[in-house]
Each structure stands twice: as C-alpha cells, then as structure tokens.
Design a protein around this ligand. Structure first.
Ligand code: PLP
Length: 387
C-alpha cells in the first residue's frame, strides 16, 4: 500500500517538523483555487463594495450562529463601535467590561463616547467575574454619576463568558448584554452557538481568528430587527435605506466583497477545523494533566479554542525553554486594561487583583487545526520539562 506509506511518512515528517503558533499557510493552500475562482467572479461583476458575496456571507453567518440577523463590517473593533453607537451611548453611561481583554474592547467604548467600568475576572476561566460585576454595578449606582447601561462580556481565548449569571445581573439593572466574541466564533454555551446568546454579538475576522479573512474584517449579530436596521444605517454613514439622507451619525464600516469571498470559502472547512481544534485541545489537556494550570472550561460551554492558554509562575524561563525546543508561545496579554497608560484614568480603586495576576502568568501555546498529534506531544513534553 504505497499511498498509506506516503501518508505515514508525511505525518512523521510533520510530527518532527517546525511547529507554527498559528497556521495561515495550510488553509490558504487548501482553498487557493476556490478563493481565486470567487475573486475572479468579483473581478467580473465589479461590485467590490456591497456585492452579492456580502449578503451571502451575512446569510451564512446568521444560519451558522442561529441569530436572526448578521451584518458584515470592516473589523471587530468597528463592530463594537457600531453596536455601541446603535444604543446611543453617552459619557454618562457606564459600560462594564472585563479588565483582562484586548485593548479594542476599551477603545471602542471610549471612541463611542461612553465610560468604561472595569470588572475583575475569574482566575480559572479568565472571563468576567459575575460577583465583581454585581459589585461594580452597585458601586456605580451608589456613586450616582453614571447610569449602568451595558455589559460587554468577552469570550477570552474562545471560551464563552458566564452569560447566564451576567444576563441575570444585567436584567436586574436594566442593562443590555453584548458579547465581544472576537475570539470565540464557533464556540457554544447551553446548546446555543456564539452569536445567538447575548442581546448582540460582535465578531472579528482578523486573519488569525478561528474564522479569519485576508485582511481586516468583522461582523455583528442580533435577533432584534430594529437594532439590525440601526447598525446597517450606521455602517453606511448613518444613511436611510435608500442611501439618500443621513438620518443619524455613522461611519464607513463596510466589509468589501473580496474579504467576504475569502470568508465564504473558509466556511466550507470551518466545521472540520473546529473539530480539529477540540481534538488538539483535549490532547493538550490529557497530556498536561496536573503538571500545569490551564484555562478552566465549565460544563455546558464549548470553547472555540482561539488560543490554548496555561498559567505559570516562571513565565520568562518557560518561554525561553520552549523556544530552545522550537516551540513558539505568546502572551495574551502583558497588562490588564487599567495598567495601560491610555486607560489608567478608569482604574478602579485597589486595582483588579485577578487581572493583574493573570497578566503576569498567562502563556498561550501553539493552537491551530493543523497541529499533528506528534507536534502536540512535543509541546506537552517541552512544557512539562520547563515548569
Ligand atoms: C477581544 C477582542 N475584541 C476586539 C478585537 C478587535 O478585532 P479587530 O482586530 O478585528 O478590530 C479583538 C481582536 O483581536 C479581540 O481579541
């Protein structure tokens, strides 16, 4: 069986070969012919903005997430800003966000003209701690300067936030819940897909995300038709449906046909990629066992495994030891939000102890659907030897 032998040889070569932190090359090779065909079509029809690929992608995203409406936008950051603009937030509105996330979450709140209130996270899931959310909401009410308006939960590393607990607190205080799902497209919780859990969800299609395009891209989902209409208008400079009059302030937040075509192509392999991510994550978990602390996945949550993250005390030494064995690793994130100069004015009194501790300890290991079992085992062995 010469073919089987060739396959075995290829696997053995890959097992011993270089380990990529992300792998954008393999899917590019797999889909190149399909993407070129789709791009050729765009060259022919010439609708570079607002082409049929945009509506096709929006329908595909709605179908895949189970949300009633999906809107393609220029980036995950634009999705956050447009969603906040859609609720007409002002500087008197408190928007509660986790203190441990990418800076885009905080930037979007400030760009939209609202006030961020940082919430500490859970030491095990790395996501917003509902108990501290409740405490921060009560503190805002006691102080009397801001109105609690919205919670933006972030699904860090791909793990859905605790939407049940956050939803209860939001409801009690008349707040909306937005899911910043930039890292978790493909994840699920309680039988619902990311995109159909919160009042509204924002996605990023940055190239290294679980679903990534070949440039910047993003999307937003909701079940509320009026909210969706406001977003569509804001995405296109705040114009009415006929694009004749500016009926509100808006932005250029459109995603072009070329990027939508890449995403449509990527969606054809997305299901298989998610299965591979789960298999790889489980191999990491089984291999690492009790040797190292890992992000905790609560029962009922499906992590999309945008990143696979461990927590270590001697991080610099571990990174160096991994590097010496050809294992790349990366830090998401070096600082909690309130530790950044730009967001220091919003630092809570006493800081955010769990966020600060995580920022000093988190380390993400290689994670992409094309890691072989042998490569995962090499990473596991290198981590065990280093900690
Ligand atoms: C949690 C989070 N929110 C928002 C964003 C912003 O997405 P984009 O880079 O597409 O603007 C990112 C991107 O990395 C992110 O990780």
């Amino acid at each position: 069986m010469p073919e089987a032998k060739n396959a075995d040889t290829r696997t053995a070569e890959a097992d011993a070969g270089p380990i990529r932190f992300f792998d954008l090359e393999t899917p590019k090779k797999m889909l190149r012919a399909d993407i070129e065909k789709r791009w050729q079509k765009i060259l022919d029809h010439g609708a570079f903005i607002g082409g049929p690929e945009v509506t096709e992608l929006e329908a595909a995203l709605a179908a895949r997430t189970g949300a009633k409406h999906a809107l393609a936008v220029a980036s995950g950051t634009d999705a956050l800003v447009i969603a906040l603009m859609g609720e007409e937030v002002t500087s008197r509105d408190a928007i509660f966000i986790p203190g441990f996330t990418y800076n885009a979450t905080a930037n979007a709140v400030l760009v939209a003209g609202a006030t961020p209130v940082f919430v500490d996270v859970d030491a095990h899931t790395c996501n917003m701690d509902p108990a501290h959310l409740e405490a921060q909401v009560e503190a805002v009410i006691r102080e009397g300067k801001l109105t609690p308006r919205m919670v933006i939960a972030v699904d860090l590393y791909g793990l859905p936030a605790d939407y049940a607990a956050i939803g209860r607190i939001a409801k009690k205080h008349g707040m909306l819940v937005m899911a910043d799902a930039a890292q978790s497209f493909g994840g699920a919780q309680g039988g619902r897909m990311i995109g159909a859990i919160a009042d509204m969800t924002t996605l990023s299609f940055y190239p290294s995300k679980t679903l990534g395009c070949y440039g910047d891209g993003g999307a937003m989902t909701t079940d509320d038709p009026a909210r969706f209409d406001r977003w569509s208008s804001i995405r296109w400079h705040g114009t009415d449906a006929q694009k004749k009059e500016s009926i509100r302030v808006g932005v250029n937040g459109r995603l072009d046909s070329v990027q939508c075509a890449v995403l449509l192509s990527k969606l054809t392999i997305f299901g298989d990629e998610m299965k591979a991510r789960e298999r790889i994550a489980q191999r990491y978990r089984a291999g690492l066992g009790n040797a190292v602390e890992m992000q905790h996945v609560p029962a009922g949550s499906q992590n999309a495994w945008g990143l696979f993250t461990i927590m270590v005390n001697n991080r610099d030494a571990v990174m160096k030891a991994l590097q010496e064995k050809g294992v790349p690793s990366s830090i998401y994130y070096y600082k909690a939000l309130h530790q950044h100069k730009a967001f220091a004015p919003y630092a809570p009194k006493g800081g955010l102890p769990v966020c600060e501790k995580l920022a000093a300890r988190v380390l993400s290991l290689p994670m992409h659907p094309y890691l072989t079992d042998g490569q995962v085992d090499r990473v596991v062995a290198a981590v065990k030897a280093a900690v």
